[in-house]
Design a binder for this molecule. Structure first.
Ligand SMILES: *Cc1c(COP(=O)(O)O)cnc(C)c1O
Length: 445
């Protein structure tokens, strides 16, 4: 039986535009700026514990991935100003345009790095404890590289389903720790991402259907094998908390750059969204850190707005798919090509998410070209979805409605608009050139 959709919105002119694949901004009517009680069992403590785990294992990560030497094993990306981009392409934007550069996250090359590596470390730690190879979580982190650990991990499998980038993150990390590693790739996954994994000894299983189907197939195969652990993108607090760690890091970077976030200085954050895990974790973390002063908007392809549709479902834990409203998941943004959101994430962010806007593929390619031209930064198409955000919030009737509802109109000149660039580091040069050419054609029209 199909999950039920609340028809209030879907039967309105807005719903019609959504079904026709027109770009739009949806405001979440359940959003609550102030909240004493968050709607899930997770807390700020849990995020801090995930941060501590990643820091504890920094020496191990540095050993495994020499590219982390300059950051002492910490997987983090810079917070960048985007002055030229703002001057050239956002001439009317008051406030400040900034970028959280997760496209440059080392090891995994995307926003999936923190979450994926956190989850693999959790599992490795747990196996090592249960099998008596380590005595406590305080043990030397390099013990996980000992012959005893290697032998143990070699008898165990870590599996995941992915449209590409989660597979890279989990596959690279689990193979580096000597696990057997299996990645189920959905039809969208790019050839070069599969090859990159195979080169590292990861078993890549290609599926001819979409992401939700690849998750189901991967989950079933893994559950049938007691030595296999499935990283479940639709239901994983370990991934989610790893993603949320980004909020703690961002808080520090904003402070270092003297960018205030308070009642007089709102922070708008625009994050590309697929199944909802990475943006949801970041949204959750940012709310813990900045409370009512941060406003999180997700960016989804016009043909795959699965979280927007999921949030209209009568039971958030059982979200409807975009197929149910007649859309087709047809997008070049492989990282966002998801038909059905995580129901667990939808329920967690129900009151934390400010809204969702949708973007066409043309907008993605134009934005990635403009970013390269103005700032010299290269990103993949999925990672460009956030760039429409500032205009949605400041130039449209819907955006102005949000400003009024949240009583922000008078402080918009002090706002920071943060666009999260979520992937791109490992895109092969020929592929990047094709992206840029397509963007150039659109921009010069
Ligand atoms: C996975 C991904 C996202 C979105 O993350 P979800 O957890 O799928 O919502 C955004 N951008 C890129 C580049 C990604 O790979």
């Amino acid at each position: 039986m199909n999950p039920l959709i609340d028809s209030t919105l879907m039967d309105s002119p807005f719903g019609q535009s959504l079904r026709q694949g027109e770009p739009l901004l949806w405001l979440n009517t359940h959003y609550q700026a102030e909240e004493s009680q968050y709607p899930c069992e997770l807390t700020r403590d849990d995020i801090e514990q995930a941060d501590r785990r990643l820091r504890h294992f920094a020496p191990l990560l540095q050993q495994l991935f020499p590219e982390l030497a300059s950051q002492q094993g910490l997987i983090e990306s810079p917070l960048l100003s985007a002055l030229h981009l703002q001057q050239q392409h956002y001439p009317n934007l008051s406030g400040k345009l900034i970028l959280k550069a997760d496209h440059a996250l080392p090891v995994a090359g995307s926003v999936k790095a923190r979450g994926g590596i956190h989850e693999v470390l959790c599992h490795a730690e747990q196996l090592a404890l249960e099998n008596g190879v380590i005595d406590s979580l305080e043990d030397d982190p390099l013990t996980l590289l000992s012959p005893a650990c290697k032998a143990l991990f070699g008898r165990h499998e870590i599996a995941v389903s992915s449209t590409g980038n989660l597979g890279l993150s989990i596959g690279i990390m689990s193979a580096a720790l000597s696990f057997k590693s299996v990645v189920h790739m959905s039809v969208e996954a790019k050839q070069w991402k599969k090859q990159r994994l195979r080169d590292r000894g990861v078993t890549v299983i290609e599926h001819s259907n979409d992401y939700s189907a690849a998750v189901e197939a991967g989950r079933d195969a893994s559950n049938a094998d007691p030595s296999s652990y499935f990283v479940d993108d639709e239901n994983s607090p370990r991934l989610f908390l790893g993603y949320a760690v980004a909020a703690l890091r961002l808080q520090q970077q904003l402070a270092e750059q003297n960018i205030l976030v308070d009642a007089e200085h709102p922070l708008f954050v625009y994050i590309p969204c697929g199944v909802g895990g990475a943006p949801g974790g970041i949204n959750f973390g940012l709310k813990q850190v900045f409370g009512p002063h941060v406003h999180c908007f997700f960016a989804e392809p016009v043909e795959a707005p699965c979280v927007l549709v999921g949030m209209q479902s009568k039971d958030l834990r059982n979200p409807a798919s975009v197929y149910q409203v007649g859309l087709k998941v047809d997008t070049e943004a492989d990282g966002l090509a998801v038909s059905m959101a995580s129901g667990w994430v939808c329920s967690v962010i129900d009151t934390l998410l400010s809204g969702v806007f949708t973007v066409t593929d043309d907008e993605l390619f134009r934005a990635l070209y403009q970013l390269k031209q103005s700032e010299g930064i290269e990103i993949e198409p999925s990672a460009a979805a956030g760039f429409a955000g500032p205009n949605w919030l400041t130039e449209t009737a819907q955006g102005k409605t949000y400003q009024q509802q949240q009583q922000l109109t008078s402080v918009m000149a002090n706002a920071a608009h943060l666009v999260w660039t979520t992937g791109g580091l490992f895109v092969p040069p020929e592929e990047m050139q094709r992206f840029q050419q397509r963007g150039a054609q659109l921009a010069n029209r």
